[in-house]
Each structure stands twice: as structure tokens, then as C-alpha cells.
Design a protein around this ligand. Structure first.
Ligand code: GAP
Length: 451
């Protein structure tokens, strides 16, 4: 493989061929920015999401989970600032009327875009003679709101407008008071949510990296404002624990302190955690200090107090918030990119996904050595049933010869292949092949099960 671009293409093609991720609505020519998870992809994605929930909700005693509705009262998005400011800079190809992200075109032309206003961008495009990817003149740069708008109920008017949520965070903020009233937790405490988010990206691209429909895993961690820095540092360390749990090499993960004029409208400090994707170094997830921006906006808009009273005192204040925000698609793409390997075994080249075993969609594949010996197949089936009961994520594979089965399982990242052969009938042992070393060992079925 010569370039990172080839690696990306190879991953996209493997993802489709082997049932991880398909382009959305593919049968009708697709729908840009949407992707469907196939049988292996949905398991990989769920393994990632469950790992996150276990690490950040179940294993802690300061965390509460919620699952809020995707459709919310439009006041949520007015109060949060998204109606006014959740925009990207857009330019139009004056010939084809195609639209592009102005900052992307500028970056592609080698222009440093940090801190540029819309007018600045328009000026630089003119000065540098930057054209659309079709080679045509471009319009002035203007803003484009990325929220998907819809109407709720049978009457479409201003009052029935709603939006598909562009972040899961607001479903947490709007439930902050409910959680304080039901559980009265000590500060600091966090509320976590996983779920879909939607953004009408001007130019979705780079596989699942920039999608129009994707999933987020977000935590709003409510703190005493005088201690925000401690909590920020705590979550910075937790993010590193997370990237390690995904099996990402520390050297491939980078912190980027986001300068003030580049931060989201609500943030006083942001660190973007970037990853060396095959498409380049890009944002994997973000950690932001959202201050009391959201709770104060809710308090002002709803007229309801967002005060937290320190137990046993009269001290009241609106808590501040540290927000680690994780994108599921970017985690999936980072895991696939870091696992994708082409190597050579005994002079034969192979593709292998070196997924961490706890994330692999299939943990073990069980095969009878040959298909035409009923007693062998029957014994292999029994063993398969035992594994399936114990581990769930087990695949029956009796297609083609053993070499082909190993290649197929390598490509989907199955850590172990178990083969039932004639010796199994005599002494109950099976061969177990390790995906990464390709070494084979003979073990009893019980030993493999406990492995
Ligand atoms: N609540 C804060 C928030 O939404 P963000 O930086 O806009 O912050 C958080 O998004 C994370 O969501 C990103 O770091 C990324 O992982 C993921 N994300 C954002 N837009 C995305 C898109 N169009 N496609 C896939 N993932 C996206």
C-alpha cells in the first residue's frame, strides 16, 4: 500500500464488502452523508458504545444516564444559541450552483483560516483567485445554519417548527433540574447520554468522518465554578484512558488547545483531541469548558431557577459545566484505521483487522475441518453451541478450505479461530489459531472457553 489515501479506500471497501458499513440508501443511488451499519458494523459500534457507558457511567458513582427525545421544543435551540449561531461558512459555484464549505476550500488552497471572518474569507478567495472544485467562480461567503428543520403535528407554522438535535448535550441540560430534583446529587456530578445527532453538513466527506446523521456520547459534568480547572484536568485524563481503551496508540492521539476565536460560541476553553486518521490529523472528540452558558440561558428563557443549593447550607449558584463530547463514527473510524494492517505470512500477503478483542464483533469462529464428515460437523456444532451460550459473539464458519476461512476471519478481526478435527473426536482437544501471530495451539475445549 503506497499512501494513506489508498489505506482509506481499502478500509471503505473492506467495510462494505464484509458487512461493516454500507453507504446509506445505496440501492437508490445513496443519500450523501448517511451510512448504514451492517451486521459486523453494528456490533463493533455497540461494543464501543457499551464500553463507554461502562467506563463513564456504570463504573462511577457520580454519573447519571439519560435518553432524551431527539425532537425538542424550538425554545431549546433558541436558548442554546443554535438557531442564531450554529452555522458554517458557505460558498456557491456560480455556474453549477453547487455549494461548498468556504473554510475547506481555503484550507485546501493552503490558507490559514483560523480567525478569518466571512468578509475576510470572501476577500482571500478573490485575491487568491480560488475557484470551486469544478474550476468556476465562487460567490461571496455567507453563513448556513446546519440544523435540520421540521414541523411537529399536522399544522406547519412558526409555532410547530422543531429541529433534529445537532448535539445530544441539550437533552442533558434540559433534564438537569429533573435529575437534581429526583436524586439531589453532590457536586460535582455528571449526566451522560448517547444518541443520534443530525447536522446538515455542507460537504459531508471522508467516509463516516463527516456525516449528516451520526451518534454522540456526551457528558455534562456539573461543577462548582471555583473548581472547574480540576474537573477539566480530570476529564482530560479520562479522555486518554478512553483512547487507550479503544486500542489507539498514544503517539497517534494529539491534544490541540483551541484558540479563542475558533472555539464554539459557548466555550471558555476547548481541547480538541485529534487522531492521525488516514485522511490526516483530524478531530476525534472534544473537551470544553461550557461555563454556566447553557443553564443560564435555560433559566432566562424558561423563567425557572437552575440554582444548585449546597447541602446543609444556604449557598446557591448555577453550576458550571465541563463537557467531554465523543463522536461514535469518529471512534469507529479511528478503531478501523488503527486496526487495518496488511502483512505477509509465509510469503503470502493478507489483510488483517487487529481489533482489540473486547471490541471485535466476532470473538471466535468455529469450524469443522471438513464439511463432509457428519460426526465431525456434529461435534463442531456442539462446541459452537457451547461457545455461543458462553460468549454470544461466535461465528460458525464452514465455507471453503481452512486457509480461506482464516483469511476471511482475519479481515473481520476475529481474534481466534477454533478448528474441530479428527483428534477432537478422540481426545476432546481443538486447534486454536491466533489472529495476530497466526500461531496454532492444541487445547481442550474447556481451556479455550476460559481463554
Ligand atoms: N456538544 C458539543 C458538540 O457537539 P462538537 O465538537 O460540535 O461538539 C462533538 O461535536 C463531536 O461529535 C466531535 O468531536 C465529533 O467526534 C462528532 N461529530 C461532530 N460532527 C460530526 C459529523 N458531521 N460527523 C461525525 N461526527 C461528528
Amino acid at each position: 500500500m503506497s499512501t494513506q489515501e489508498n489505506k482509506m479506500e481499502a478500509i471503505v471497501s473492506l467495510a462494505k464488502r464484509r458487512g461493516f458499513i454500507y453507504p446509506g440508501s445505496d440501492i437508490y443511488g445513496g443519500l450523501s452523508g448517511t451510512w448504514d451499519y451492517g451486521p459486523l458494523g453494528v456490533t463493533l459500534k455497540r461494543n464501543i458504545m457499551q464500553l463507554w457507558w461502562r467506563m463513564f457511567v456504570e463504573e462511577r458513582d457520580d454519573m447519571y444516564g439519560v435518553d432524551a427525545a431527539i425532537l425538542m421544543n424550538q425554545k431549546v435551540w433558541q436558548a442554546s444559541g443554535h438557531v442564531d449561531t450554529f452555522t458554517d461558512p458557505l460558498v456557491e459555484d456560480l455556474e453549477t450552483k453547487q455549494r461548498f464549505r468556504a473554510d475547506h476550500l481555503l484550507k485546501d488552497a493552503g490558507v490559514e483560516v483560523d480567525g478569518l471572518s466571512l468578509d475576510d474569507m470572501s476577500r482571500v478567495i478573490k485575491e487568491r483567485g480560488i475557484k470551486s472544485p469544478n474550476g468556476n467562480e465562487l460567490s461571496e461567503v455567507r453563513t448556513f445554519n446546519m440544523m435540520f428543520k421540521t414541523t411537529v403535528g399536522p399544522v406547519a407554522n412558526d409555532d410547530s417548527i422543531s429541529y433534529l438535535r445537532p448535539e445530544t448535550a441539550q437533552g442533558i441540560f434540559t433534564n438537569y433540574k429533573n435529575i437534581v430534583d429526583s436524586f439531589y446529587p453532590n457536586l460535582p456530578f455528571g449526566v451522560a447520554q448517547q444518541g443520534k445527532a443530525f447536522r446538515n453538513e455542507i460537504s459531508p466527506r471522508d467516509f463516516i468522518f463527516r456525516s449528516r446523521e451520526f451518534e454522540q456520547m456526551e457528558i455534562e459534568y456539573f461543577v462548582d465554578p471555583s473548581h472547574w480547572e480540576e474537573s477539566f484536568e480530570h476529564w482530560r485524563q479520562q479522555v486518554w484512558r478512553w483512547t487507550q481503551a479503544l486500542g489507539l496508540a498514544d503517539e497517534a492521539v494529539h491534544e490541540l488547545e483551541v484558540p479563542e476565536n475558533d472555539r464554539a460560541h459557548y466555550s471558555k476553553r476547548t481541547i480538541d483531541f485529534e487522531f492521525d486518521f488516514p485522511i490526516g490529523r483530524e478531530e476525534l472528540l472534544g473537551l470544553a469548558y461550557r461555563t454556566d452558558f447553557d443553564l443560564m440561558n435555560i433559566q432566562n428563557k424558561s423563567g425557572k431557577s437552575m440554582d444548585y443549593t449546597i447541602k446543609g447550607t444556604n449557598t446557591k449558584f448555577v453550576p458550571h459545566v465541563i463537557e467531554p463530547s465523543f463522536g461514535v463514527e469518529r471512534a469507529v473510524m479511528a478503531v478501523l484505521s488503527s486496526a487495518y494492517t496488511e502483512d505477509e505470512i509465509n510469503g503470502e500477503s493478507r489483510v488483517v483487522l487487529k481489533l482489540p478483542a473486547h471490541l471485535a464483533p466476532v470473538k471466535v469462529a468455529i469450524s469443522p475441518l471438513v464439511r463432509n464428515k457428519p460426526e465431525l460437523v456434529e461435534r463442531a456444532r456442539e462446541i459452537y453451541e457451547r461457545f455461543k451460550k458462553a460468549h454470544g459473539a461466535v461465528m460458525w464458519d464452514d465455507n471453503g478450505n481452512i486457509g480461506k476461512r482464516y483469511r476471511r476471519q482475519d479481515e473481520i478481526g476475529t481474534p481466534y479461530c477454533v478448528v474441530v478435527d479428527f483428534q477432537t473426536l478422540e481426545d476432546g482437544t481443538v486447534t486454536v489459531r491466533d489472529r495476530d501471530t497466526t500461531e496454532q495451539r492444541r487445547l481442550s475445549v474447556d481451556d479455550v472457553l476460559s481463554l
